[in-house]
Design a protein around this ligand. Structure first.
Ligand SMILES: Cc1cc2nc3c(=O)[nH]c(=O)nc-3n(C[C@H](O)[C@H](O)[C@H](O)COP(=O)(O)OP(=O)(O)OC[C@H]3O[C@@H](n4cnc5c(N)ncnc54)[C@H](O)[C@@H]3O)c2cc1C
Length: 672
């Protein structure tokens, strides 16, 4: 008798869990950076799961307006719970991650609040802080315009200072000056921080500055006089439907002088402009957002890969074995080769997120004390990290979705929604290809300084350049064994970055079109590789089983990064074949397979450690008990089209069309 495919799914999942070699709680603590963070996660999850407003069962079937209203209801309850349980901002962020919903409030927390805090004067922050912290007002950040996004210097919105009334007048002089794409502006925000060209009394334009503007009445939420605003419309792939990305135009809107965010630059009562000591001070807001994007990317990828690995574990296809069981699709090399690297990327990005947040906090303290030493370098590295994590997360999600076969295209699979929501991360907070340019500029500057002053100390982010100091370090020694050593691969990736920068500097008169992207990738991957080295060293605190499983995961990250860098490694002569040995590229690929095979029995365990409850993961294919077919069946029954036997539209369209077709067919037949 053929095995019961449905019952087999739960057995496969249980068997996969039985094979896991490590203690789940230890890996969980590692992921959450601390047992207390995990406990807090668990506590928050228990609170959230009881709330009917967070139920996701109907969200695949609702339209935009309902989705938006649902998002507001979620936001309201989330805010009440935060107050009730006195969650810290980190705990509130954790609640947001567990919920995993695209909510307008995100922009208040991620963009409005940090920019106001980081760049507003003490008086302005004092005036608004309680309102901002208690969500008595809802904020957004209005920079991008219809005509310009990347080129901030060419923004057209003006803020003209009027000394007679001590006010700024905000104005949108052209259609193309309309603020566009602004998250939460369309319908939700009451206030916004507007990026506008500051025009001084005698008409001098001193470029874009930030201004706090009330957009909507706090009485009835109607738009304030002189402001036209609305939603920009549906987004690609139906992504972020509940988010009201909006447009706004200002018609001579007046705001008081103190509403200019003037921590670093200010305008005096009589209209004199006091310049910032260092214009780079104003990078703070963007840097905060980019730093938090590393963590977000890690957890987003974690969701996608949990679904894919669980499904690939219970999905069976192929020739049946002697028990009549087909092969679990995760056992196919072409499947695990696609999925396990994504798992490794999610672990690396989550750990990198912890490190980045720590460095950013330390940097903010140093800036507060007036030390801008490494600011430019850290800014460039955050740009590089933003590019790397968003690119890899988008690619990883789509790879994971395709690995699900046809069912991956179903909304019930869950990855399609995550992908559509996450997709614009490649564009917002700086288009990835534009940010590449900033990484490259900083790298070339560090290189030129090194050439002119060889003894100059190098920062953490450019330490790979030490390899170019003459007579210091040798090129890597190539052998098949090196692919098993984290340090050797890190060294290789650092060499690739150093030689990429050197080559770009020496050929700067004739750059090729792809140089920025390649160089930015090389430099950022070298930095991430050194961070992975630090992660590996930290594993010594763990017991051998857990340490060795995580070491393999980090090794896979390094190996697949090296594999993707093969063109550079070969072009720079870093991987030359040693006589009588196999080619290093072959050894590298063999090593990837070996480490994948070692990781395979732990794959489900690694995804369990992310600890996504089923209600939060919201995926028919990612259910933790493996019963994917039952779940798919259950969800398809909820499809509104299935609620009536005769389909809507039958009477007006389908019935007459079928009848007409039959009539014509019968005429043709009679003529024959
Ligand atoms: C979902 C979503 C949410 C957003 N939320 C906000 C928000 O809350 N607030 C806000 O202010 N903005 C927001 N934005 C806008 C976002 O920041 C901009 O889209 C982004 O900065 C890119 O600008 P752009 O769209 O004008 O693209 P463009 O600058 O027109 O870029 C178009 C193309 O040209 C290339 N390009 C442009 N300039 C250069 C250059 N110098 N060198 C090389 N290549 C270049 C880019 O790589 C890109 O491929 C959001 C956008 C999206 C999609």
């Amino acid at each position: 008798m053929a095995p019961d495919l449905n019952a087999q799914t739960a057995k496969d999942m249980q068997q996969a869990r039985d094979k896991v070699s490590f203690d789940l709680q230890t890996i969980r603590d590692h992921l959450f950076a601390d047992r207390r963070n995990w406990e807090s996660f668990e506590q928050i999850e228990r609170i959230l799961r009881k709330e009917p407003v967070f139920d996701k069962s109907s969200r695949d079937f609702i339209g935009r307006i309902e989705a938006y209203k649902r998002a507001l209801a979620i936001t309201k309850r989330l805010t009440e719970l935060q107050r009730l349980h006195q969650w810290t901002s980190e705990q509130a962020a954790q609640a947001g991650r567990i919920l995993s919903e695209a909510l307008p409030i995100t922009l208040h927390d991620l963009a409005f609040e940090p920019v106001l805090l980081g760049q507003g004067s003490t008086d302005l922050v004092d005036q608004y802080w309680e309102l901002v912290a208690n969500k008595g007002i809802q904020g957004c950040y209005l920079q991008t315009e219809l005509g310009h996004g990347t080129n901030v210097a060419r923004l057209e919105t003006t803020a003209t200072y009027l000394p007679e009334t001590e006010e700024f007048e905000l104005h949108s002089p052209t259609l193309t000056s309309t603020k566009w794409w602004i998250g939460a502006l369309g319908k939700t925000a009451t206030h916004g921080i507007v990026q506008a060209k500051l025009i001084l009394p005698r008409g001098k334009d001193v470029g874009p500055h930030l201004f706090l503007v009330q957009l909507r009445s706090l009485e009835d939420h109607s738009l304030c006089p002189g402001i036209t605003a609305g939603d920009v419309g549906p987004k690609a792939g139906g992504g972020s439907a509940a988010l009201d990305n909006g447009f706004a135009r200002f018609d001579h809107v007046r705001i008081p002088r103190k509403n200019m965010l003037s921590k670093f630059a200010t305008v005096t009562q009589d209209g004199r402009y006091i310049q910032p000591q260092n214009p780079k001070h104003s990078f703070g807001g963007m840097m905060y957002i980019r730093a938090s994007m590393v963590t977000t990317a890690g957890w987003t990828l974690a969701r996608g890969i949990t679904i894919a690995i669980r499904y690939a574990t219970v999905r069976r296809q192929g020739e049946p074995d002697d028990r009549g069981l087909e092969r679990q699709v995760i056992q196919y090399p072409s499947t695990y080769y696609r999925l396990l690297p994504i798992l490794s990327y999610s672990y690396v990005f989550i750990a990198l997120g912890h490190q980045t947040t720590k460095s950013f906090t330390a940097l903010t303290e140093r800036i507060g004390q007036g030390d801008l030493g490494y600011l430019a370098e850290i800014h460039a590295m955050l740009c590089g990290l933003k590019v790397l994590v968003s690119t890899e997360t988008i690619n990883g999600l789509e790879t994971a979705r395709r690995a699900l076969g046809g069912h991956g295209y179903s909304m019930f699979a869950g990855i399609g929604r995550i992908y559509a929501d996450y997709l614009p991360a490649a564009t917002y907070e700086g288009d990835n290809f534009v940010l590449d340019g900033q990484v490259v500029r900083a790298a070339l500057k560090s290189y030129n300084l090194l050439v002119s002053t060889p003894d100059r100390p190098l920062g953490l982010h450019s330490s790979y350049l030490r390899l170019l100091r003459t007579g210091t370090l040798n090129r890597p020694v190539i052998s098949a064994m090196m692919w098993q050593e984290h340090a050797a691969i890190i060294y290789l990736l650092e060499w690739r970055a150093a030689l990429s920068v050197k080559s770009a500097a020496q050929n700067s008169d004739h750059p090729d079109a792809g140089i920025n992207h390649r160089l930015s990738k090389a430099v950022t991957e070298a930095f991430v590789a050194t961070q992975v080295g630090a992660m590996v060293s930290d594993l010594n605190q763990l017991s051998p089983n857990e340490a060795s499983a995580l070491k393999d995961l980090y090794l896979l990250y390094l190996l697949t990064t090296a594999e993707a860098a093969l063109v550079d490694l070969l072009a720079f002569g870093l991987l030359q074949r040693v006589p009588d040995q196999t080619h290093p590229t072959r050894d590298l690929r063999a090593a990837i397979n070996v480490v994948c095979l070692r990781l395979l029995p732990n794959a489900v365990g690694f995804t369990d450690a992310f600890s996504f409850p089923d209600w939060s993961l919201d995926s028919a294919l990612g259910v933790s008990n493996g019963r994917v077919y039952e779940e798919l069946w259950k969800r398809a029954q909820l499809e509104p089209l299935n609620q009536t036997d005769t389909t809507p539209g039958y009477e007006e369209s389908l019935k007459p069309m079928l009848a007409e077709g039959r009539r014509i067919a019968s005429l043709t037949k009679s003529r024959l």
